[in-house]
Design a protein. Structure first.
Ligand SMILES: [Zn+2]
Length: 278
């Protein structure tokens, strides 16, 4: 089971050096994507992954940086030749969102199905809405569990744990410090956790007109990088990967991110980079 970081920025604004937050888990020739911000399909192609191998998509929550391309990704996998089902798993109103997407691309779908003779795209989509901590996948040698995390005001928000062949990878989604996530991540080989850098956020270095209110949201609903280290320590994970970085531009030096996480976690820490394979 291989983890590929497809995007490591936090927030919906595009950045030159980092894509919207997304991860690919590659196992036995199939691809499982966690979160679908803008540009995720292109990030997969740039990472050397075949869109047609997309098996399932897991959505953490309905903030735009995680879901703008939730319809586009399976759609583009279909145009890349996928004819087998793509499962899409995540919180409500996932079904409604995908129905709206189908309506949005209906002109293209109708024309493309006529000209290519492809199996109708809508037949590929298998949607599962998740409202509680539970096992959400047990197939193809892979098991996936999720838990509810704490990311107000978006509820439910989910974290996911992937397991196969004795290896485990946990993706935090967006959350402030969450005891449920510590339990889900217990003993995991890899924890990919969102992080913000407190001094940069509280100093309003986000270069936005609404920086003060945005900073309040970030502090209230996300996890400061030192507390991310605390989560990794309490869960006793094997490797901590910092991702969904706020700020996502190079305003904070790599060493500052790492030093802050290491101040509360003695294990190995990686500052996530787009296209990094773990
Ligand atoms: Zn986010």
């Amino acid at each position: 089971m291989q983890l590929v970081l497809l995007g490591t920025a936090g927030g919906p604004r595009p950045f030159p050096g980092r894509g919207a937050p997304a991860q690919a888990i590659v196992y036995d020739g199939q691809i499982y994507v966690v979160d679908c911000g803008n540009g995720v399909a292109r990030q997969m192609v740039l990472a050397g992954l075949r869109l047609a191998d997309l098996r399932a998509v897991f959505l953490s929550h309905h903030h735009a940086d995680h879901m703008l391309d939730i319809g586009a990704l399976p759609f583009l996998a279909w145009t890349d030749g996928r004819s087998e089902p793509v499962d899409v798993v995540g919180p409500p109103p996932l079904r409604t969102v995908l129905d709206h997407f189908l309506a949005m691309v209906n002109v293209d779908l109708t024309a493309r199905q006529q000209t290519t003779g492809r199996r109708p795209f809508a037949d590929l989509l298998r949607v599962s809405e998740v409202v509680s901590s539970s096992r959400v996948w047990a197939a193809d040698g892979l098991q996936v569990r999720c838990c509810l995390v704490d990311h107000p005001p978006v509820r439910p928000s989910l974290a996911y744990r992937f397991e196969c062949s004795g290896r485990s990878i946990v993706i935090s989604g967006d959350t402030r410090y969450s005891p449920a996530l510590v339990r889900l991540a217990r003993g995991a080989d890899v924890l990919v956790h969102e992080a913000y850098y407190g001094a940069a956020v509280e100093g309003h270095e986000l270069r936005l007109a609404n920086a003060p209110s945005l900073a309040e949201h970030i502090v209230a609903c996300h996890t400061e990088v030192q507390d991310v280290g605390r989560v990794a320590r309490e869960a006793e994970v094997g490797l901590l990967v910092l991702s969904h970085l706020v700020p996502a531009d190079p305003a904070v030096a790599d060493e500052a991110w790492l030093a802050s996480a290491r101040s509360s976690f003695a294990g190995p820490v990686v500052l996530g980079r787009d296209f990094q394979v773990i």
